[in-house]
Design a protein around this ligand. Sequence first.
Ligand code: SF4
Length: 286
Amino acid sequence: MAVDNPSHLRKQVLSWGTSNLRDLPWRRTRDPWTILVSETMLQQTQVSRVVERLPVVLNEFPDPATCAASTVGDVVTVWAGLGYNRRPVMLHRAATQIVSDHAGAVPSGLKDLLALPGVGPYTARAVRAFAFELSAAVVDTNIGRFYARIHGRKLSAREVQQFADEAAPEDQPWLWNQSIMELGALVCTKRSPMCDACPVVDLCAWVGEGDDPAQGSAAVSVPQTRFEGSDRQLRGRLVDVLRASPLALSEIAATMQTDADRAELILAGLQGDGLVVVKDRQARLP
Ligand code: SF4
């Protein structure tokens, strides 16, 4: 089932977006590296935090070549406060590949983008649409939720992308993707959708009545597991300390505030992810 009236959907969403997009730093540029970095940050970090930290990261790494010439540890250090520290490791790997395979310029082809470490279907399409203004149907959690509700049922990942592809206009890829994403973020919100203010309420199969079809639908984010006491928290504690200086292995468990066996497992995980190296009985950033 496609959206009943895709041209009406396009017209309404584009018109709403023209007057409602928030002024955000990554919407003021078409620089592909800035878009790649900001989209990497936005994957798992709040908009307000990304607004604050993006200039700091770009000041250190204004282009892929600068990032690739730095150490992984440099990128992880500048990433402080953003969480999910595998992302700077992957960003460094992507920068290295951009330099080696694309002469330092972020590629625009979907296949080339998807081949970059850490770049998945969302980020690849976001770079195409938001940096190069090339046609692409971006699917993030806001858009996944929006399409599930419009269709009134849970969707598979293939269906969400298919509906997004069908709805996307050939022209205005930047405005279209920003608008539909923003509509999901500001109007078709996770907990309290504002159907009365929705520009496509007449196309919506759900309209906020009964069970939310977005729950359990593909591309829709699931609640985070508890952070307090999690491996994620303990990993973060160690990486935070290593940003300042190397640490003796004998101090790892105390730094993580856990027992030696768990500390050893978490340390091995961090090494496997390329976030920590162990040398001379010390843990350090790579
Ligand atoms: S009518 Fe309500 S549920 Fe449907 S798309 Fe609009 S905000 Fe979302």
